[in-house]
Design a protein around this ligand. Structure first.
Ligand code: BGC
Length: 727
């Protein structure tokens, strides 16, 4: 339902006015244009061309502007240039924070803490809205089962149930902060062949419904105002031109009533795909498929829409959706932003506190042999902090951030120094040089990447120095992983090795005999086979954000306990991919872990794995009927001596039925914090929603009469089990 005002506006608009509303331009300012790759279509005429289009009234939306004064200036040009005085919608990639940077999305998902996730994106939304951004191109809700794909860092991992819960929490958070959320990329982008970014995805229909669609559906149900299309071909049809995806599934099946935006230049690339004959054909077919707004760097295809009478009704419907969004945001009344208020909100100390709590909650304790962690600062004379990521502010923030404040970013080294005070000597050595990607990423255009090695850096001497620093210390904290420009968009890898000489450094440090703690800073699983055997304490800290170092120190010294759980199965080696836990079984299931002769077929760490400073025990698993559902209850006890969080996970397996079903599937989780010795009875309800699945032959959802196995515990390897029957 649109308002009378929207209908009146629509009635007064020419075909060209309407096309203008459906065009979104990037607006690139220096240094982006200076450093631009000519192939990107961005050159120094780009901002001038966009301003000319604003003056002609031929723009409905802009992206990539974050300075409130600049937003006001461009908004004024838009309103004055538009024959109906219509303002622009300003969009931006606010992925894990605008000024206050939270841990990367895969890290937030690892907290399994839906309140923290919602709070984090509410902060991001509040900061974004304060500077004049109306809409974020987030959350990315693509299921990712191939960690070679660089964009795994932007999502919630491999599992549709966790992914759906995290997607909905993010949508609620962003929108409560005042911006429209735009879940992306619809759909199947995470299944790019070989993990190669932008490559085709071929996904059986039953996998789409059971695995790839649920986070999108959950995001739509949570009220997302926008959806972004995906770049690649899905089963041979470009996702950005797929009527089935954008209209049949999204609008007709799920009732989505927001607007759809193409990914950048994805309408024009319908021609590159060999789908559309020319830009005009691409425009007509995209709008008829269900793409309301075209995101373009230059020369938008939608400028041709007035020449496509067959698309006129679709164009009207799209314009209505865009106008309705502007009306709901209040932009038809007042499209400008208060620059003073923006400065105040960006400086809010509560935002930093929330980021610190989020970083604490997202770390995953992968290994802690002999309770090596937490460290007792009072008993230590000296700490060696080693590795090039240990004191890199830019890397601590991770990829997909542009508006951070480096000066306020707390590295691991800073955090440790803040926590231990003057009583403990902290020595730092980077050990190896700054690793570099072999070729620059498109995001290097923004000129804010990992720092260079210091002047006169001598790699061999520095390596030796790091080892001596380790040898002389009471404990060595080694921070290894991937530099932030090695992951993200256009940053896929063919290997999961620790880049550069990092493993060598770790091995040399361990060989000194100094007790060693490994902190892993990354956004995808890396090959940790050696550390998993030789380093007693391994803490996955991800790219932890603005307050990352302080949060890590909170965990290292026991002010808080880790409680995160892996949102993906951690492979031993790249050759095991894909290795998600929810596979079906087949011939000789007793040999399931011998599917390869040269490597185990189990992961290094299972999905849902994560230790804590507590000791959790599960007991008394019961099932009782409750209408068409069952109630499953379990007692969780912290038998350890420290308060700690635990994520209680429920897995189901359908024993028999009209299709083979995965060996285990997550169907419930609850995060709790238990004091030493405390117990809690945790209850889950499992009903038709949890039991149903999409059937390849029926081509619809089915429910079988069968027996279900149930497991409850602290990871997908949970052993406490029971069953229930369904008639
Ligand atoms: C990415 C999107 C992003 C857009 C705008 C594209 O290349 O795929 O996820 O929102 O750029 O920055």
């Amino acid at each position: 339902m649109t308002s009378e005002r929207v209908e009146e506006l629509l009635g007064a608009m020419s075909a060209a006015d309407k096309a203008g509303q459906l065009i979104q331009y990037f607006y690139f300012k220096l240094p982006a244009v200076e450093l631009a790759d000519p192939a990107s279509g961005i050159d120094d005429s780009q901002p001038h061309a966009v301003e000319a289009a604003l003056a002609r009234g031929a723009v409905g939306s802009l992206l990539f502007v974050t300075d409130p004064a600049e937003i006001n200036r461009l908004q004024r040009l838009t309103v004055e240039g538009n024959p109906h005085g219509l303002p622009a919608l300003f969009g931006y990639d606010v992925i894990h924070g605008l000024r206050t940077i939270f841990p990367v999305p895969i890290a937030m998902a690892a907290s399994w803490d839906l309140d923290a996730i919602e709070r984090g994106q509410a902060v991001a939304g509040r900061e974004a809205r304060a500077v004049g951004i109306h809409w974020t191109f987030a959350p990315m809700v693509d299921i990712a089962r191939d960690p070679r794909w660089g964009r795994i860092v932007e999502g919630a991992g491999e599992d549709p149930y966790l992914g759906a819960a995290v997607a909905a929490a993010q949508v609620r958070g962003f929108q409560s902060g005042g911006v429209i959320a735009g879940p992306k990329h619809f759909a199947g982008y995470g299944a790019a062949l070989g993990g190669r970014d932008y490559d085709e995805a071929n996904i059986a229909e039953y996998e789409l419904w059971n695995t790839y669609f649920p986070p999108f559906r959950a995001a739509v149900e949570a009220g997302a105002g926008n959806i972004m299309t995906a770049y690649m071909d899905l089963n041979g049809i470009p996702a950005s031109g797929s009527h089935w995806l954008l209209t049949k599934v999204l609008r007709e099946t799920w009732g989505f009533d927001g607007f759809v935006v193409s990914d950048a230049n994805a309408v024009k690339s319908l021609e590159i795909h060999g789908f559309a004959a020319a830009p005009a054909d691409a425009a007509a077919r995209a709008v008829l498929a269900g793409v309301d707004l075209e995101m373009a760097v230059a020369e938008p295809a939608y400028a041709h829409l007035p020449d496509a009478p067959e698309a006129a009704a679709a164009v009207d419907a799209s314009v209505r959706r865009l106008l309705a969004a502007k009306e709901r945001l209040g932009l038809l009344e007042d499209p400008y932003v208060d620059e003073d208020r923006a400065r105040e909100i960006l400086a809010d100390p509560q935002h930093r506190e929330a980021a610190r709590a989020a970083a604490r909650g997202s770390a995953v304790l992968l290994r802690n042999e002999g309770d090596r962690l937490p460290l007792d600062a009072a008993a230590l004379g000296s700490i060696a902090v080693l590795g090039p990521l240990a004191d890199s502010q830019r890397d601590t923030l991770g990829p997909w951030v542009f508006d951070f404040d480096l000066d306020e970013t707390v590295t691991v080294l800073d955090g440790i120094r803040n926590a231990v005070g003057d009583g403990v000597r902290v020595d730092y050595a980077r050990g190896i040089g700054v690793g570099r990607r072999a070729f620059p990423s498109i995001f290097d255009m923004f000129g804010r990447n990992a720092p260079e090695d210091p002047e006169g850096f001598d790699p061999a001497a520095e390596f030796d120095r790091a080892v001596s620093v380790a040898a002389a210390a009471d404990v060595a904290v080694v921070v290894l992983g991937e530099w932030q420009n090695m992951i993200g968009e256009a940053a896929s890898r063919s290997s999961l090795d620790l880049p550069g000489r990092q493993l060598e450094l770790l091995q040399a440090v361990v060989a000194t005999g100094t007790p060693t703690v490994l902190l892993v800073m990354n956004g995808r699983p890396l090959d940790l086979r050696w550390p998993a055997e030789h380093v007693p304490a391994i803490l996955e800290i991800w790219y932890p954000g603005t307050q990352g170092g302080n949060a890590v120190a909170d965990l290292l010294f026991g002010a808080a306990s880790p409680g995160g759980k892996l949102p993906f199965s951690w492979p031993r080696t790249v050759g095991q991919i894909p290795i998600h836990y929810s596979h079906t079984t087949s011939h000789q299931p007793e040999n399931q872990d011998r599917r390869y002769w040269d490597e185990a077929s189990t992961p290094l760490f299972p999905f849902g794995h994560g230790l804590s400073y507590g000791r959790f025990e599960y007991s008394d698993l019961t099932v009782s009927p409750a209408g068409d559902s069952v109630r499953i209850a379990v007692t969780v006890t912290n038998g350890g001596s420290r308060e700690a969080p635990e994520v209680v996970q429920l897995y189901l397996h359908q024993r028999h039925g009209s299709a083979s079903r995965p060996v285990r599937e997550l169907k419930g989780f609850q995060r709790l914090v238990l004091a030493p010795g405390a117990s809690e009875r945790v209850t889950f309800t499992v009903g038709p929603q949890e039991r149903r699945y999409w059937h390849a032959a029926v081509r619809d959802w089915v429910l079988d009469a069968t027996t279900f196995d149930v497991w409850v515990g602290g990871s997908s390897d949970a052993s406490l089990t029971t069953t229930f029957d369904v008639a």
